[in-house]
Design a protein around this ligand. Sequence first.
Ligand code: FRU
Length: 443
Amino acid sequence: MPDWRPRAHFTPARHWMNDPNGLVHHEGTWHLFFQHNPEGPDWGNMSWGHATSTDLVHWTEHPVALTHDLESGEQVFSGSVVVDHDDTSGLRREGDPYPPFVAVWTSAREGHQAQSLACSRDAGATWERCAGLVLDRASADFRDPKVSWWEPGDGSTGFWLMVAVEAVERLVVFYRSSDLWHWELLSELGPLSEPAGIWECPDLVRLPVEGEPGAEGHVLVLSGNDTTVAGCGTWYAVGAFDGVRFTPDARGFRRLDHGPDDYAAVTWNDAPDGRRVLVGWMANWAYARDLPTTPWRGAMTLPRDLSLRRRAGGELALVQRPVAQARSAPGLQWHEVELDVRDRPSAVVELAGGDRGDVARVGYDRGTGLLSLARGPVAGDARPFHPAYPCVSSVAVPVGDGVVRLEVAVDSCSVEVFAADGEAVLTALVFPDGPMALRAIPR
Ligand code: FRU
């Protein structure tokens, strides 16, 4: 089997991984916790794995942070971590060298999901569960709390803001707290026609508007899964959060990544220099359980810096840029691609990967205005590991002067296409037979 272990994307040393959890930056260290089965290659025994990095590209994996509890049947589902500098939670003990790190996570049992706390007094290295549930809606599908400190910006006091979901009812629920223990319901959003399917892993972020000093917008990130390949992905809405409710703008939710493999994407808390950095699970629930890698299963996307850009007409669009450090990461290929359709209807580049021929194609069609990413196997007789795996994804991209400019990051089992200067992104897993090379397909 080819070595599909990515060089510059996080993978666990062994066993199953899904969503990024507990993303928090503290004193130069980026913490990445993740949904993990510490005992095997399949989803189950859900626990939080842990890794850290100083550059978001090279990761060191640490012992499991929060473990499922077989005896009581409790699994540790997705959630977030805050650094409680002012000890609002009262969890700080005298002599502790660090402020408490507090994890807010979903305690998942058969037919019941509610939120719990855990605390680390050694800056994320070891964790203790706090007893009991802190927020219970007597629901079977209440999960994925993302907690961050919210400064209203109008001089009023800040508070801990939680966004979570009623996954099956398709609601994003907003709560506030001053101490992380007591939560007050602010509002609920949904259901809406998009995203289709169940709603998971929400995040609310404030983002700067490029080129407009002081201007910012609020963005709600949300994953949706309708069990199809095309309908499992991360979405976003630009809007306004007034401290109580989030009102999406007229465009509603749009896809954050138009490729098949970017789910449960959320951002780091406390990133330095006003940065907002997002990372997603580079997989799709339609076939994630069958991914052909071993002894690990599951990778993260490249982390991406987020901002907003004002388009002609005034509306704001999300911009994603792979973090700068990824550009110099050994083993990661960066391609600047120009798809030139000035005097032809379409242009295509092919990603070849050994004997099996092309594993992916990226093309632009002037007639439809669509940039597409097809991934295979699209040649040879290799059978896909899952029938839903071969697919074509696309996104509308303006053609401008007739040349569509792309940045393409290729790692051992992935391709990430950034178009329209970060406004359009397509991420896909690829499983080549050999080393990958990108080449133009002659017309
Ligand atoms: C999203 C998700 C979350 C849940 C976790 C369980 O991929 O289904 O809603 O917390 O995975 O592993």
